[in-house]
Design a protein around this ligand. Structure first.
Ligand SMILES: *[C@@H]1O[C@H](CO)[C@@H](O)[C@H](O)[C@H]1NC(C)=O
Ligand SMILES: *[C@@H]1O[C@H](CO)[C@@H](O)[C@H](O)[C@H]1NC(C)=O
Ligand SMILES: *[C@@H]1O[C@H](CO)[C@@H](O)[C@H](O)[C@H]1NC(C)=O
Ligand SMILES: *[C@@H]1O[C@H](CO)[C@@H](O)[C@H](O)[C@H]1NC(C)=O
Length: 831
């Protein structure tokens, strides 16, 4: 992707250079005069080679003792003056070119196998550089015991396990990026005072970021991005950071504010904190970062104003603060940053005018201001001196005439102006030369659509030389935007209504023949027939009128059945429809407990919870009364999804609705655990609002025998491993189930999909998601069409979120509160 370009250009090039320099310094390859330790080193290397199961490119083919030359002549092996092996350098990516990105290695050159413990016998080894292979298993403890080891580079393999409790004291470079390392960052690293570069990005590291990184005087690069780190960014990092040039903590779950102390890391060139849950303001102290080239704090929850003074970060080339909640005006002095190539302030709450000083951003190629509350006119001359390729000011409140010179810019290839109150006309003499300005009609008009996508939209735009950008202010006001979108959803709902009705009919027909719904012989009349209601209804509810409205639980009114019993539709008065869940638990045990428990459930009111209206508890008959939702359940929705075009906005909304409901249940006093989150327990109305049902029933009815047998079977696959095997219940078990539902919503696979049969027993959608992420094959995971309509970065992050929710270790799963926050951040922009 284009946006990645800058990151790689500035980030990777510098980092690779650094790494290369570090690698080269200690390794001076000399030819031997005599053997000694060299022979045993050779034997160790051959043992290492023997444990490689596959070497398709023959990288180690010349590692043999037949030539009699010894290991010092083998490719990738370096020795010291005494013929001892001091370096192994065999990359799975032949040219060592970093511009390919971390997944750019060719499977045909990768070594496969385990890292041999024999490496631990190379007692003089200083450099172990084996990046971009497919090593499995853990790094043998023997390697961490090597006292001379200075550089470990095992990037891009499949290495698992945790970081060791002890590191070689002289370690300078540790690169284990893109592996499967778990556990926390060990405190033993604090003893590595020589550490210059550490890259643990794209692993599964959890816990918090230790403060001791601020005590490592030589640390130049610290990359912990895309892990599962939580907590705050320790301010101690900034206490002593004379050397720190590159700090990347993106893609974690970091909270609270950005420590102002980072402003004293004077050497910083890249500060990347995007995609976390950071709050507070962008510290004004950042103005002291005179070498800073790249500042990316996008996708957080930063608020306040943009600090004045950033104009003194003269080296800044890339500024991305998009998708936050930053308000106030755009500081004039940003226009002083002549080196800025990329400015992204979009999707914040910025007000006021576009600074006239922006006309001085001579090197700016990408200027993204969409989705703010900017007013006034587009300054004339904005583009005059620009090398601008992309300008997006859409979804603001800009007014006035479109400056004439906007279209005279030959370079500009994408122009987003829609959802404003602009008017204008283009002189016909110019119309021939310029490319047609785009009036984005896509509902996801947003900068993150790739330039190619935008161009495509642009090409389809009306090319007549006269344009009217007049739009009513109501149409462009943020408040009315969701409503506009809503109508399109409604249209979709109406279109699919016919399908839903026909499916309902066939369901009913089906259930007539199933036993579950056949009425139990008779509704007994000898018992007390009391109905307890928790809320007012249009018609008074009595046992009689409820049961009669179900047709005495007749099969034709059965609308679903689950572990606890069948649910019936009951029209108690014309137009007043309820859903009656007839509990099939037999005799309820602990009647007092039941009454108390169900009252708690009855007090829970949330827009995304099915409302428990009342209940009846009797000797032979027990039922719960809920509001009726006509849209069927999510299981059906997923099953029938292929019949309509994928709407990312809609899928996201369902995911968020359910997350909100669970958050509500979990994060209140007197917490309720659902224990049975699955698609069939998620109901929809005709506007595709989602509602969680059956909450709390597992606890309410958990003691009865029938429930256990039917229900555990029914939800197998959604149940968290610790719940299934050890019956350890916690809110994190609900988070797991939610994660599975989210995965099903995103993918076109079911939790146990026939597709997975090739992968062996126990392979579920959870394994599939992890595999796709690990191998960079995210696109394959998503249901057909989703990848084309959603923003790729957002989709991958939601996938990451779902994978975190389904972590085998409960404590590694985020809380529902965090899930909701994250989903909100990743919301498709509303026009
Ligand atoms: C900033 O970070 C986000 C998420 O990591 C990424 O998607 C975006 O492209 C970055 N911005 C720039 C300008 O590189
Ligand atoms: C390691 O080998 C690659 C080629 O395989 C080479 O480009 C790189 O410079 C080598 N690094 C060192 C430190 O020798
Ligand atoms: C936009 O800015 C105006 C003041 O310029 C303010 O009254 C209005 O509330 C803002 N709208 C939003 C959505 O922030
Ligand atoms: C939109 O622009 C027109 C003139 O360009 C102006 O008369 C009108 O007041 C503007 N509407 C709003 C809501 O700013």
């Amino acid at each position: 992707m284009r946006w990645r370009w800058l990151t790689s250009a500035i980030g990777s090039a510098a980092r690779r250079l650094l790494l290369l320099l570090l690698l080269l310094t200690p390794v001076i390859c000399c030819f031997s005069d005599e053997g000694g330790g060299g022979t045993t080193d050779g034997a160790a290397l051959l043992q290492f080679k023997r444990e490689i199961t596959s070497d398709p490119a023959g990288l180690l083919s010349r590692w043999t003792d037949s030539g009699g030359e010894g290991p010092c002549s083998w490719p990738g092996v370096s020795c010291d003056g005494r013929s001892r092996v001091v370096g192994i350098n065999v990359s799975g990516r032949g040219d060592g070119d970093a511009s390919l990105g971390s997944t750019g290695s060719d499977p045909a050159t990768r070594l496969t196998g385990r890292l041999s413990t024999a490496i631990g016998r190379l007692t003089e080894l200083r450099v172990l550089s084996l990046p971009f292979h497919s090593f499995r298993g853990e790094v043998p403890g023997e390697i961490w015991e090597l006292q001379s080891l200075e550089v470990v580079d095992l990037e891009g393999s499949s290495i698992s396990g945790v970081l060791p409790g002890r590191f070689p004291g002289g370690l300078r470079v540790l690169n284990l990026a893109s592996n499967r390392i778990e556990g926390e960052i060990p405190s033993s690293l604090s003893g590595c005072v020589e550490l210059e570069a550490m890259d643990l990005s794209r692993n599964r590291i959890k816990g918090t970021i230790p403060g001791f990184f601020g005590d490592l005087p030589k640390l130049r690069e610290l990359d912990l991005s895309f892990n599962k780190l939580g907590g705050r960014i320790p301010g101690e990092i900034g206490d002593a950071c004379p050397s720190l040039e590159h700090l990347d903590l993106s893609g974690n779950l970091l909270v609270q504010s950005i420590p102002t102390t980072l402003g004293s890391c004077k050497s910083l060139r890249a500060l990347l904190l995007s995609s976390n849950l950071l709050e507070g303001i962008l510290p004004a102290e950042f103005r002291r970062l005179e070498k800073l080239q790249m500042l990316n704090v996008s996708r957080n929850r930063l608020n306040g104003c943009l600090p004045a003074g950033l104009g003194s970060c003269r080296a800044l080339r890339c500024l991305d603060v998009s998708k936050n909640q930053i308000g106030g005006r755009i500081p004039q002095d940003l226009g002083l940053l002549g080196s800025l190539v990329w400015v992204d302030l979009s999707w914040n709450k910025l007000q006021g005018q576009i600074p006239v000083s922006f006309g001085q951003l001579k090197n700016a190629e990408y200027l993204l201001l969409a989705g703010n509350n900017l007013t006034g006119e587009i300054p004339a001359g904005l583009l005059q001196s620009f090398s601008l390729k992309l300008l997006d000011v859409s979804s603001n409140h800009l007014s006035g005439e479109i400056p004439k010179d906007l279209f005279s810019s030959k370079d500009i290839s994408v122009l987003g102006l829609n959802s404003n109150n602009l008017s204008g006309e283009i002189a016909s003499s110019r119309a021939g030369k310029m490319r047609s300005p785009s009036v984005f009609s896509s509902s996801f008009n947003h900068f993150s659509a790739s330039a190619a996508q935008m161009n495509a939209i642009q090409r389809t735009a009306d090319a007549t030389p006269r344009y009217s950008f007049l739009q009513s202010s109501e149409a462009s006001s943020p408040a009315s935007a969701p409503a506009k979108k809503f109508t399109s959803i409604e249209v979709a709902a109406i279109v699919s209504a016919a399908a839903i009705v026909s499916v309902l009919l066939s369901l009913i027909a089906l259930y007539v023949y199933t036993r579950k719904c056949l009425p139990r012989n008779a509704v007994q009349s000898s018992e007390r027939r009391e109905v307890t209601v928790f809320m007012e209804t249009q018609v008074p509810l009595t046992y009689e009128n409820v049961v009669r409205a179900t047709g005495y639980f007749t099969g034709s009114n059965c609308i679903g059945s689950g572990g606890f019993g069948a649910t019936y539709k009951a029209e108690v008065a014309p137009g007043v429809i309820l859903a009656i869940k007839r509990l099939s638990v037999g005799r309820v045990q602990g009647i007092q407990h039941f009454h108390a428990e169900i009252k708690t459930l009855g007090t829970r009111r949330h827009p995304n919870l099915v409302t428990l209206i009342g209940y009846h508890l009797g000797e032979a008959e027990t039922f719960l009364i809920y509001n009726y939702l006509p849209g069927g359940n999510l299981e059906k929705f997923i099953r029938e999804r292929s019949k309509r075009p994928v709407d990312w906005w809609m899928l996201h909304k369902i995911a968020l609705d359910i997350a909100r409901a669970l958050k509500y249940l979990h994060h209140r006093s007197n917490r309720i655990l659902h224990r049975d989150v699955k698609p069939s327990n998620i109901l929809l109305d005709n506007e595709l609002n989602a509602y969680l049902s059956d909450f709390g029933l597992a606890r309410l009815l958990g003691n009865s025998e029938t429930h256990l047998t039917t229900d555990v079977e029914g939800t197998f696959g959604y149940v968290a491993p610790e719940y299934a095997t050890m019956c350890r219940v916690s809110d994190k078990a609900d988070v797991y189930s939610y994660g599975v539902v989210l995965l099903e919503l995103l993918s076109d696979k079911k939790v146990f999909d026939p597709y997975f049969s090739n992968y062996g027993n126990g392979f579920t959608i959870v394994s599939w998601a992890g595999m796709c992420l690990q191998q960079g094959r995210e696109q394959e995971f998503f249901t057909e069409g989703l990848w084309d309509v959603g923003l790729h970065d957002d989709l991958v992050e939601i996938l990451n979120l779902a994978v975190m929710c389904t972590d085998a270790v409960p404590s590694s799963r985020p809380t529902m509160k965090v899930v909701v926050q994250r989903l909100k951040q990743l919301a498709p922009p509303t026009l």
